[in-house]
Write a protein that binds this ligand. Structure first.
Ligand SMILES: Nc1ncnc2c1ncn2[C@@H]1O[C@H](COP(=O)(O)OP(=O)(O)OP(=O)(O)O)[C@@H](O)[C@H]1O
Length: 257
């Protein structure tokens, strides 16, 4: 049990999920976790251990078989307006400009007037995409597309941002830059963020806590607090001895050293 429910943005108790019913693939087993409001938490674990499954359950996109998943004390039963989701492959519509891609979800949910009234200029500024407002996705770099995808999730000013390996397919340099952007956004807005990543160093760099799942069926095997000072500049933070200690500790838990 992870603290008082009212303080928790996200709470999961005894969560178990099968694909194909009992007797099918058991993806998650008896997962308990709590994530506080405005916390930045990363989830790591071996490939296929159920990380995406957990995120999709929290996003209201998948059901589960037993246990509970709550957001701000309410059971998750469907996608919510106050939860933004970013997936590894950005789902930008190729025939819409950056601006229209950013406002599309608002338009669908709240109508054209809401989309027209949205402060797209501020979002473009925040995402460092000035000058690219009228470009189409094929005219953007990989990193820019990911920034637009994050912008799509932020446009509705969600309280919770769920990110499933959003930078997984990018080169190290672009990934570093986006990590800096993400830290900047989070420091400014202080949302609750849950990030799935395969990178232990990315998890340590960004997070307040790193949760580790076991091999499938995913069970929570470690919950490590990252007490590095903020704001975290990637280059200086990586030089701190405590940064290396956390990376080694997590690598041991993951069995990679
Ligand atoms: N829609 C589905 N139908 C059936 N089985 C699924 C489905 N989605 C995932 N699985 C299975 O559930 C298990 C957990 O998958 P999941 O995608 O959650 O793992 P993951 O930890 O996110 O993996 P990766 O790190 O490789 O992305 C895997 O064995 C996978 O094959």
């Amino acid at each position: 049990m992870a603290g008082d429910m009212t303080e928790m943005a996200i709470r999961v108790d005894g969560l178990t999920k099968y694909y194909g019913g009992a007797g099918g693939t058991k993806a998650l087993e008896d997962v308990d976790l709590g994530i506080g409001d405005c916390e930045f938490v990363s989830i790591i674990g071996p490939s296929g251990c159920g990380k995406s499954t957990l995120l999709r359950i929290l996003a209201g996109l998948h059901g589960h078989d037993s246990g509970t998943a709550t957001l701000f004390g309410e059971a998750v039963t469907a996608p919510r307006d106050d939860v933004g989701v970013v997936f590894q492959t950005s789902n930008l519509l190729p025939w819409l400009t950056v601006t229209r891609n950013l406002t599309l979800a608002l338009e669908i949910r709240h109508g054209k007037a809401a989309a027209a009234a949205a402060d797209v200029a501020a979002m473009i500024e925040l995402l460092n995409l000035k000058g690219f407002e009228d470009k189409f996705p094929h005219e953007l770099s990989g990193g820019m597309k990911h920034r637009v995808a994050i912008g799509q999730a932020l446009m509705q000013n969600p309280r919770v941002l769920l990110m499933d390996e959003p930078f997984g397919a990018l080169d190290a340099l672009t990934r570093d830059r986006l990590n800096i952007e993400l830290l900047r956004l989070w420091q400014r807005d202080r949302k609750t963020v849950v990030l799935i990543t395969h990178s232990i160093s990315e998890a340590v760099l960004l997070s307040d806590r790193v949760l580790v799942l076991s091999e499938r069926p995913g069970r929570l095997i470690a919950d490590i607090r990252i007490d590095l000072p903020r704001p975290r500049d990637p280059s200086t933070t990586r030089d701190l001895p405590a940064f290396g200690d956390h990376v080694v500790e997590l690598s041991r838990i993951m069995g990679v050293v």
